[in-house]
Design a protein around this ligand. Structure first.
Ligand code: ZN
Length: 324
């Protein structure tokens, strides 16, 4: 493939969402990535969450001085710092704006990459609004059974920040798939979607919820395929979820990243990679049949993951196999 610089044959990067991340449980991952010559993207929360958070309370934010120093240092070392919203629970416009300004004063510029977080109501085109196919929307709603009222893009809503996103954010993550090479499913990467005008460009990613899923996704055979096909791998994961135990990085993760780093790939952050692809002529409007396939594949992978989780839980309950 000739569209990457310096004869690099494929690209690999990570967008690490900051859920449950602390200096202690992610720093060893970043030390290894740096040693391997890989630069990736890390989302952060600029503000704490005084109202509390059932699922994410253990996460650190830029209000924690050790975490703040760690993230500022990461940026200095070439990692990209991106937006995951103002904090771990829903933010109305005022808090989103404060978080945005905090990002600018801390990192010298507004973030250019954003990923929506969980059930935060300020999500941009989130929940069933991620897709258009009526059947995909209906099955998604039935399967997820979560609140489905996301209003970041709705002008006049207390959660609105679509104007800011449009002015400052270049890339937002939408659909994720269970495959390392995302251009196999979404070759038009990044893409603009005129039905979702608050977002300048969208990108797809490979989904790896936690360490076990990350290791499955990066298995050597998948790395072989990625290199052979000259693909683009943008892995969406949470380095805070099981990658580090007692200060040590999971041995298999370390091995798989070392294997990846020895291949002739391009290992730059998400924003830099997407800029390059776009300036190289990618990023035209998304063909209708590609979008249709993406939505169906996304739903299939989502349902597959839900079933696999249920099977693992059942196996653990029955005492066969181990929960992972
Ligand atoms: Zn999140």
């Amino acid at each position: 493939m000739s569209r990457l610089p310096d004869g690099r044959r494929f690209a690999f990067t990570v967008i690490d969402d900051t859920d449950v991340a602390t200096v202690e449980n992610v720093a060893p991952v970043y030390r290894l990535l740096e040693r391997m010559g890989m630069r990736t993207t890390k989302t952060v929360w600029p503000l704490g969450c005084p109202e509390g958070s059932r699922d994410f309370d253990s996460s650190q934010t830029l209000e924690d001085s050790d975490y703040r120093a760690f993230v500022v240092d990461l940026q200095r070392r070439g990692f990209e710092i991106a937006s995951h919203g103002a904090t771990m629970e829903s933010s109305e416009r005022g808090r989103t704006l404060r978080g945005f300004e905090e990002m600018r004063t801390t990192f010298g510029a507004y973030p250019t990459v954003h990923a929506n977080h969980a059930n935060n109501r300020e999500g941009l085109y989130w929940g069933s609004a991620r897709v258009d196919e009526p059947l995909v929307r209906t099955v998604y709603r039935l399967a997820v059974r979560a609140p489905d009222a996301f209003e970041g893009h709705v002008e006049g809503s207390p959660y609105w920040w679509g104007d800011l996103a449009r002015a400052h954010i270049r890339y937002v993550r939408n659909l994720t798939f269970q495959t390392l090479n995302v251009t196999r499913i979404n070759p038009t990467l990044p893409y603009h979607d005129p039905r979702r005008p608050a977002v300048n460009w969208w990108f797809s990613a490979a989904d790896a919820e936690n360490c076990a899923a990350f290791n499955r996704l990066l298995r050597p055979a998948a790395q072989d395929h990625l290199e052979r096909d000259g693909g683009i791998a943008i892995v969406a994961t949470h380095f805070g979820k099981g990658f580090v135990t007692n200060g040590r990085l999971n041995a298999e993760t370390a091995h798989l990243l070392e294997l990846m780093s020895r291949r002739p790939g391009w290992f730059v952050p998400v924003g830099e990679l997407l800029d390059w692809l776009r300036h190289g002529g990618a990023g035209s409007p998304l063909p209708a049949d590609e979008w249709r396939r993406m939505q169906r594949r996304w739903l299939r992978d989502l349902l597959g993951r839900a079933l696999a989780d249920r099977a693992r839980r059942a196996a653990a309950w029955l005492g066969v196999g181990r929960a992972s």
